[in-house]
Write a protein that binds this ligand. Structure first.
Ligand SMILES: *[C@@H]1O[C@H](CO)[C@@H](O)[C@H](O)[C@H]1NC(C)=O
Ligand SMILES: *[C@@H]1O[C@H](CO)[C@@H](O)[C@H](O)[C@H]1NC(C)=O
Length: 349
C-alpha cells in the first residue's frame, strides 16, 4: 500500500515550473518534463540477490540504495526490466567481484546479451580497470554509480553517474532566502577541512575579501553562506556542503587543476552556467579575486538563480524521496541510459 501511495504521489504532485522567464538551469528542460513522466510510469529494474545482505556505511550511497530497494521501480520479472542492478558490498575484493560477475554470466541469460551494458552497480569510490575479464566488462560496459567527486580514472564520462554529496542540513533548506537577499560581506567563503592545500588557504585567510573557517556553529555557517557571493571548494577537499551552498544562493567556485567530468547530473543541469571552475596555483588568491570581481552583476544574478533552482534536484530526502529530488534524478539518468543492444543467444545444435 505504501508503495502504491508513493507512486501516486509522484504522479500527482505538480512539477515545478520550468518556465522560460528566468534562465533555465537545464540543458533541455522541455524533454525533461515529458521524459521524467515516462520514467515514472514505465521504468523497471531487476535486482540480483546479493551473496550476503549488506549496507553502505555512508550517505549518499546508503540513501540511494535504500530508496531504490523501497521504490516502485523494482520488478521480479526480468523480462520486463530495462536495467539489471548488481548489488555488492563496498568492501568486496576484486577477486570476489570477478567471481560474482562470473556467476551472473553463467547462471542467468542477461549478462551475455549485452556483456553487462544494461547492468548497473553502486560503488561509492568507483572501480578500477582490471585484467580480469569479468571485472573489466563490468567497468567498461555497466553503468557505475559513485559519489562525487570521483578519483580520476575511476569514472567514465557519458556512461557513469555520480551521486550529489550529502550534508545533514543544519537548517531546513525550505528556509532559504528570496532572490534578492543582499550579498555584502564576503566575495568568497571556504569551509575548510584543515588539511587540503594549506598554502593556498593561508593566502585566502590573509585577505579580507575571503572568509575561511572550519566547522563553525550551524547558524554562523548559514550566515556565511548567505553573506558570501561565491563559495570556494577545493576539489580534493570537503565538497559535502556544495548543495547547501547552492540552495542558499552561494555560487560554487571549484578549485581544480583539470576539467571535471563527474559533476552530478552533468547531462541534465547546466553546470557551466551555475559554477566556475578555476585552476589556482601559488599566488592565486589575488588572481581569483580579480576573476570573481570580473563577473558582472547580471551574470552573477543569473548564476545564482540557476544554483537555487537546481539545488532541489541535488537534495537527498532522508525520510522519503520526493519528486525530482536527488534520488529521482539519479533514476532519471539511469532511464536516459537504458538503451543497450541485446544480442541474441547463439544456439549450438
Ligand atoms: C555466457 O557466455 C559464456 C562464454 O563467454 C558462456 O561460458 C556462458 O555459459 C554463457 N552463459 C549462459 C547463461 O549461457
Ligand atoms: C526585494 O527587494 C525589494 C526592494 O529592494 C524589497 O522591497 C523586497 O521586500 C525584497 N524582497 C524580498 C523577498 O526580500
Amino acid at each position: 500500500m505504501a508503495a502504491i501511495f508513493s507512486l501516486l504521489l509522484l504522479l500527482l504532485l505538480p512539477l515545478p515550473s520550468l518556465s522560460a522567464s528566468s534562465p533555465s538551469p537545464y540543458l533541455s528542460g522541455a524533454t525533461l518534463v515529458q521524459n521524467y513522466q515516462n520514467m515514472l510510469k514505465a521504468f523497471k529494474i531487476f535486482i540480483y540477490t546479493p551473496p550476503t545482505p549488506f549496507n553502505f556505511p555512508d550517505a549518499p550511497a546508503s540513501l540511494f540504495y535504500n530508496s531504490l530497494l523501497r521504490s516502485p521501480f523494482l520488478t521480479h520479472t526480468p523480462a520486463e526490466a530495462h536495467l539489471f542492478f548488481v548489488p555488492f558490498s563496498p568492501d568486496t575484493s576484486t577477486r570476489s567481484l570477478a567471481r560474482l560477475i562470473r556467476q551472473l554470466r553463467n547462471n542467468h541469460p542477461y549478462w551475455n546479451r549485452t556483456l553487462g551494458a544494461d547492468h548497473f552497480f553502486l560503488s561509492p569510490a568507483g572501480i578500477d580497470y582490471s585484467s580480469d575479464r569479468n571485472v573489466l566488462e563490468l567497468k567498461k560496459n555497466s553503468l557505475q554509480i559513485s559519489v562525487f567527486p570521483v578519483t580520476s580514472g575511476y569514472f567514465i564520462p557519458h556512461k557513469d553517474i555520480t551521486l550529489p554529496p550529502f550534508n545533514p542540513s543544519p537548517l531546513p533548506l525550505s528556509d532559504t532566502p528570496g532572490q534578492n537577499s543582499t550579498k555584502t560581506s564576503f566575495l568568497g567563503y571556504l569551509r575548510w577541512d584543515g588539511k587540503t592545500e594549506p598554502n593556498l588557504v593561508n593566502e585566502f585567510k590573509g585577505d579580507a575579501y575571503f572568509l575561511v573557517d572550519g566547522n563553525s556553529e550551524p547558524l554562523n555557517y548559514v550566515r556565511s553562506l548567505k553573506e558570501s557571493k561565491f563559495c570556494l571548494f577545493l576539489y580534493h577537499g570537503d565538497v559535502a556542503w556544495m548543495v547547501e551552498a547552492m540552495a542558499w544562493g552561494c555560487v560554487p567556485v571549484v578549485i581544480v587543476d583539470r576539467p571535471i567530468q563527474d559533476f552530478p547530473f552533468m547531462d541534465i543541469l547546466r553546470w557551466s552556467d551555475m559554477s566556475l571552475l578555476v585552476a589556482v596555483r601559488h599566488g592565486g588568491a589575488e588572481r581569483l579575486k580579480q576573476l570573481l570581481n570580473g563577473v558582472s552583476e547580471e551574470q552573477y544574478v543569473e548564476m545564482r538563480e540557476a544554483c537555487m533552482a537546481s539545488s532541489k534536484h541535488l537534495v537527498w530526502n532522508e525520510e522519503e524521496p520526493q519528486p525530482l529530488d536527488a534520488f529521482h534524478m539519479v533514476m532519471y539518468q539511469l532511464w536516459l541510459r537504458r538503451h543497450a543492444i541485446r544480442y541474441a543467444r547463439r544456439e549450438f545444435v
